[in-house]
Design a protein around this ligand. Structure first.
Ligand code: NAP
Ligand code: G4F
Length: 374
């Protein structure tokens, strides 16, 4: 299942380690395992770790169509020598696959980013969300114990844990009040990670990350839904954007900055939990105004409310205080809200233009085909 590689070109910290094929050379790169490598964060994290000289293994799910778009640019032919990115089939709902992967790979670091990560969808599929997003974490932690290895472990915890937040800004000590099946599942994952740190002395960390977006964000999350629609409206591909609660407020950062924080947490002396956030809050309405304004469009002419996007319980306001991460890890966000919106709009405008060109070519082809049939 897993293709083992020859020693990589770049060398990370020196360590010796056993693997399924006996003793490997003493001088070798670190190995990282990422669940959720095909997602927004997984793709940026894979890039970061490859740049740092890691061997990277990513767990992918079997899918009837390709779902590796975000990592296609990192593809390395497994038949070549020195391949450092490897994809292995597995699922957070399937303990035996996790056990096999860990027995074979013996990673130095595990990043558990896999999840059913959509809050609104979690109200439609609460049980499944609990399985993947909650129990998936304990399956992976148990697989670590069963393999008898001691990797460092990162858990993708979320600011959704604060939900109906009891204080502002939210810190590592703010009590949780989850407001969705997703957040309840993440609460289980948070506490089981903490429990394995305390029970088995595992180097296990929770990164409590506030919303982070990018040009690779899934298109049904609010930021990308807005930038995709605004740019498609700009080039005439659509007329309307249907939205839910415009009053919700979020602390939005840039995903590339946030995956750096994940790595920092596993590469410091002591395992701990950290809030990662910008400390600035903006409403969904402001995001829309900014994106449409940047394109010289009047958003009020295009945006309509569709109640189907409202949630049974909403998280009204989030603002994080990342001073612990700043102090102990030296982490800082580098991308402002304004720059984030612009970089996403710029990216999606190119996409929209390509879509227009493709549509025009299709029209020509259809028109030609019609003439040819005369
Ligand atoms: P994402 O784009 O939705 O990616 C989720 C990843 O999980 C995908 O690779 C997906 O694979 C994988 N996955 C889903 N179900 C799985 C299963 N049963 N077994 C194995 N893998 C599975 O999420 P993201 O934005 O990159 O976020 C990464 C993690 O951070 C998630 O755990 C999310 O809940 C958490 N988080 C995100 C934010 C944020 O603002 N982005 C903030 C806080 C925490 P497919 O491609 O096959 O679907
Ligand atoms: O973009 P969203 O769907 O993200 P949400 O719910 O904050 O969750 C994201 O961030 C969490 C971190 O806090 C992650 F843990 C989680 O995995 C995910 O990445 O919605 C943001 C806000 C919500 O208040 C929502 O009600 O936007 C509001 N909204 C208004 N109209 C909408 C829409 N959200 C979506 N997805 N679609 C709408 O049409």
């Amino acid at each position: 299942m897993v293709s083992k590689t020859s020693p990589p070109q770049k060398v990370g910290p020196v360590r010796g380690r056993r693997d399924g094929f006996g003793k490997r050379p003493v001088y070798m790169a670190k190995t990282a395992l990422i669940s959720g490598i095909t997602g927004q964060d997984g793709s940026f994290l894979a890039e970061l770790l490859l740049d740092k000289g890691y061997d990277v293994y990513g767990i992918i799910r079997r899918s009837s169509s390709f779902n590796t778009d975000r990592i296609d640019h990192l593809y390395q032919d497994p038949h070549e020598k020195g391949t450092r990115l490897h994809l292995v089939y597995g699922d957070l709902n399937d303990s035996s696959s996790l056990n096999t992967i860990l027995r074979q790979i013996h990673p130095d670091e595990i990043y558990n980013l896999g999840a059913q990560s959509h809050v609104r969808v979690s109200f439609d599929i609460p049980e499944y969300t609990g399985e993947v997003t909650g129990l998936g974490t304990v399956r992976l932690l148990e697989a670590v114990r069963e393999a008898g290895i001691r990797p460092k472990f990162y858990q993708a915890s979320s600011s959704e844990l604060y939900g109906k937040a009891v204080e502002t800004p939210q810190t590592e000590t703010t009590p949780f009040h989850p407001r969705s099946p997703y957040a309840c599942a993440k609460a289980y994952a948070y506490y089981i990670t903490l429990n394995y740190r305390e029970s088995y002395d595992m180097f296990a960390c929770n990164g409590i990350l506030f919303n982070h977006e990018s040009e690779r964000r899934g298109e049904t999350f609010v930021s990308r839904k807005i930038t995709r629609a605004a740019t498609r409206i700009k080039v005439g591909l659509q007329e309307k954007l249907y939205m839910g609660n415009l009053d919700a407020q979020r602390d939005w950062g840039y995903a590339r900055d946030y995956v750096e924080a994940m790595w920092m947490m596993l590469n410091t002396d002591r395992a701990d939990d950290y809030v990662i956030a910008t400390g600035e809050t903006h409403s969904v309405r402001e995001f829309i105004e900014r994106a449409f304004g940047y394109l010289d469009l009047d958003w009020q002419e295009h945006v309509e409310i569709d109640p189907k996007y409202f949630r049974p319980a909403e998280v009204d306001f989030l603002r994080g205080d990342a001073s612990k991460a700043r102090r102990e890890l030296g982490w800082e966000p580098t991308v402002s809200f304004d720059r984030l919106v612009k970089l996403m709009v710029d990216h999606d405008l190119q996409l929209a233009k390509q879509e227009t060109e493709a549509t025009e070519m299709q029209h020509v082809a259809v028109a030609k085909a019609r003439w040819e049939s005369l």
